[in-house]
Design a protein around this ligand. Structure first.
Ligand SMILES: [Zn+2]
Length: 172
């Protein structure tokens, strides 16, 4: 069994990782974080078009694959999600790899409870990593809540931005 994380722990961990490597600035550089985490990113041609990405480990190094046909913002989210699996220790046990189909931050229909928990945790981590609360509040004020402008600053989809903006306490 993997350690369970609550929402506040995931938020803290994502910010701590960014600060630790000097990456706490927009847009978040997930490629650099991946390098610090010993993960190599590959763009792949998946035969199954519904696959967003996957992560696998070999010894102490990791490979992250993202779908070549998906947009840059979608792949940015996928990389952050796969880094969530890595940083939250989802591959520390017997699991050698995790494959993600139809990845998006709202998805909740996973087949079993353990898988579901890992996916929900990785999605929350990805949102917290790409859109740290402090920046969401700051950029919300600068952009006067214009989600399209905000999404460009964070290099995420407008849908992901809107979802995050609704779930962050902006009173800061
Ligand atoms: Zn996943």
């Amino acid at each position: 069994m993997n350690k369970k994380y609550d929402d506040a722990q995931i938020e803290e961990l994502a910010v701590a990782e960014l600060k630790k490597y000097g990456l706490y600035e927009l847009p978040i550089d997930v490629h650099r974080l991946a390098r610090y985490k010993n993960a190599t990113i590959y763009t792949a041609d998946f035969e199954d078009k519904s696959i967003s990405g996957m992560i696998s480990k070999k010894g102490k190094s990791y490979s992250i694959y993202v779908n070549r046909e998906h947009s840059a913002t979608r792949n940015q989210f996928t990389i952050a999600h796969e880094l969530g699996h890595l940083i939250l220790g989802h591959l520390d046990g017997d699991r050698q790899s995790i494959t993600d189909e139809q990845l998006n931050m709202y998805r909740r229909d996973y087949t079993n409870d353990d898988e579901r928990r890992l996916e929900v945790e990785a999605n929350k981590f990805a949102a917290a990593l790409l859109m740290p609360t402090e920046f969401v509040i700051q950029v919300w004020n600068e952009c006067e809540g214009d989600l399209e402008a905000m999404a460009r600053r964070f290099r995420v989809s407008e849908a992901a931005m809107g979802y995050r903006a609704d779930h962050v306490d902006r009173r800061g």
